[in-house]
Design a protein around this ligand. Structure first.
Ligand code: F6R
Length: 607
């Protein structure tokens, strides 16, 4: 996903700050990068396609002069990755530079109009219409702010933009609609960026921009206004206490591995959430006629598991819905009595926000669970919880998944208590299990890593995997499959083990690895039957089962021993961990970079 950053400093060079910001934005996924600065009335521009370090070794961003500038990592949406399509984009005179994250829906119509008036375009991007529109405003006598305002009022679609120009070389103008944008307040410095980690090294004080806002950053301060009527808006800053080290690899070869090993800590943090917010969300859920759990990708798998938690713990039917389908599936029926709990690590996923907007429009109650303070989801939710996992840099979600699960389990418990669905003993026992989860995950990490590494080595060359589970662990199977698929590019299937005879079993033949998630729960008898079905067709079975489950251990070709006594409803939390490690080690075996899978972005802010 594209990322933008800008800075204006009272002294020193902008280029090193912009460069380090670009490096921190890398995790969002990108194919090109570029930077523009202003110095001595002149605009300097460098950009190209490729990896940031490679571009830098060719072009040397560091020798760009000036204490004000903008930079960009591009993830192509319109026009292939190339130098021409990389940002920043300029107007005809080469005095206005723009970086943009988002998609301008009406760019073709604007481009035609601008070309008819003589503007020359050099790229195939939607973004390039913006500097040309601003150029027209400046030429008609508007100041830079007014020209940007006039330009963005013509845009339809999503954008987070930062604009600089030699016509007013002491300002950055930012504007936002639907794409994330924050500003940072430093010591004699102001910043803007698509996300907090990009500038965390330089400041801890931030202000989130909301949809429909424009800001003017200068050394005199920041002014926020509404795009619609130009009225001033008062904004409240917030501080972030993430350590920079937390956002770095801490000695692990990859962020993904570091984040897998961070799970005891991230789970502990997720168990320390403020009671009042858990209570507030639970009360809203309790009042809902229908409860929808809406999310994408890994977060959707957390919702699927949560639907079992809500049903089993609180006797609440909660419907997990893939966010991109929400409008089609429930858009016409969702209403004032419904509750939508949107789950999104980034809090910026386009499809989630679209579902949420629609639900709000139909007067449903929107609740949010996210990992990102100040994200759009937090601002559009009636009440929200920030899961406190710390930044997740690896593109594949790992620690944020287990934290989502533990927060959702806490919510289910509270709703159960409100409804009187749990006895004191059940409630105490579940609470103890929740509390013990960080320690359990620590033990699983210690005990399974070597075993999983060996299995990854053994199976790294296989070109098909099956992941099977039952009950709540259908979600674990789906998530284990997603991890393997996204970072190793291996075609794999995952489904309820019960479904195999309805079709998928036809592809099983000798040597196909089938991974069973098989805790000792109410589905165990059936799972044993499914393992036998697979064995009978020559599959090689790898079972995740309790350490003393002799029957399953006896049937499987390999097993990964798991701790005993985990309640069914919490089992996805420990059982996903070996599968995260398995995907990681298969990727490493194949010489792939697990942190940056091809074609994927950390935060999917476009339709
Ligand atoms: C998979 C992964 C994605 C995200 C999905 C939703 O490892 O990271 O599938 O889970 O893009 O993202 P959020 O949770 O930010 O809405």
């Amino acid at each position: 996903m594209c990322g933008i950053i800008g800075c204006i400093l009272s002294s020193g060079l902008a280029a090193p700050i912009l460069f380090s910001g670009l490096k921190r934005l890398e995790y969002r996924g990108y194919d090109s990068a570029g930077m523009a600065t202003i110095y001595g009335g002149k605009l300097y521009l460098k950009k190209d396609s490729g990896k940031i370090d490679d571009i830098n070794s060719r072009l040397n961003f560091m020798d760009m002069p000036g204490s004000l500038g903008i930079a960009h990592t591009r993830w192509a949406t319109h026009g292939a990755p190339s130098r021409e399509n990389a940002h920043p984009h300029l107007d005809c005179s080469g005095t206005i530079a723009v970086v943009h994250n988002g998609v301008i829906e009406n760019f073709l119509e604007l481009k035609r109009e601008l070309e008819d008036r003589g503007h020359k375009f050099t790229s195939r991007t939607d973004t390039e219409v913006i500097p040309h529109l601003i150029e027209e405003g400046v030429k008609s006598g508007l100041n830079l702010y007014e020209a940007v305002l006039q330009a963005v009022r013509r845009l339809r679609g999503s954008y987070a933009i930062a604009v600089i120009s030699t016509v007013e070389p002491d300002k950055i103008i930012c504007a936002r609609n639907e794409s994330p944008l924050i500003v940072g307040i430093g010591d004699g410095a102001y910043y803007c960026a698509s996300d907090i980690p990009a500038i965390l090294e330089y400041t801890r004080n931030f202000i989130s921009m909301d949809n429909g806002e424009i800001a003017v950053l200068s050394l005199g301060g920041i002014e926020f206004r509404r795009i619609s009527d130009g009225e001033f808006v008062l904004k409240k800053p917030f501080t972030v206490d993430w350590s920079i080290e937390l956002a770095e690899k801490q000695g692990y070869p990859h962020f993904m591995l570091k984040e897998i090993y961070e799970q005891p800590l991230s789970l502990r943090n997720a168990l320390r959430l403020q009671e009042q917010y858990l209570d507030l969300l639970s009360r809203f859920i309790d009042r809902g006629e229908r409860v929808f759990l809406v999310a994408c990708g890994t977060s959707y798998h957390a919702c699927l598991a949560a639907s079992y938690m809500f049903s089993k713990i609180a006797r609440v039917a909660a419907f997990p819905v893939v966010a991109s389908e929400f409008l089609e599936q429930y858009g016409d029926s969702v209403g004032i009595d419904d509750v939508i709990l949107a789950v999104s690590q980034s809090g910026e996923t386009y499809d989630v926000l679209r579902a949420v907007d629609h639900a709000r429009m139909r007067a449903a109650t929107v609740l949010g669970l996210t990992n990102t303070v100040g994200s759009t989801l937090t601002r559009v939710s009636r009440a929200y919880i920030v899961q406190q996992s710390g930044p997740e840099i690896g593109v594949a979600a790992t620690k944020t998944f287990t934290s989502q699960l533990i927060v959702l389990a806490q919510l289910a418990m509270r709703v159960a208590n409100l409804r009187g669905k749990l006895s004191q003993q059940e409630s105490d026992s579940l609470r103890d299990s929740l509390k013990g989860m960080p320690e359990v995950i620590g033990r699983v990490l210690n005990s399974c890593a070597d075993n999983v590494k060996l299995l990854a080595k053994r199976y790294a060359k296989k070109n098909l995997f099956l992941f099977l589970g039952r009950g709540i662990n259908v979600a674990t199977a789906l998530e284990g499959r997603l991890k393997l698929l996204e970072i190793t590019y291996t075609p794999s299937l995952a489904f309820s083990a019960a479904e195999s005879k309805h079709g998928p079993i036809s592809i099983v033949e000798k040597g196909v690895p089938v991974i069973f998630i098989a805790p000792r729960d109410s589905t165990r008898k059936e799972i044993i039957g499914n393992i036998m079905e697979m064995k009978a067709r020559g599959a090689e079975v790898i079972a995740l089962c309790e350490e003393d489950d002799r029957e399953i251990i006896g049937l499987a070709d390999h097993h990964i021993p798991m701790p005993k006594g985990i309640p069914d409803v919490l089992s996805p939390i420990p059982y996903i961990v070996p599968l995260q490690l398995f995907a990681y080690y298969v990727a490493v075996e194949r010489g792939l970079d697990p942190d940056k899978p091809r074609n994927l972005a950390k935060s999917v802010t476009v339709p």
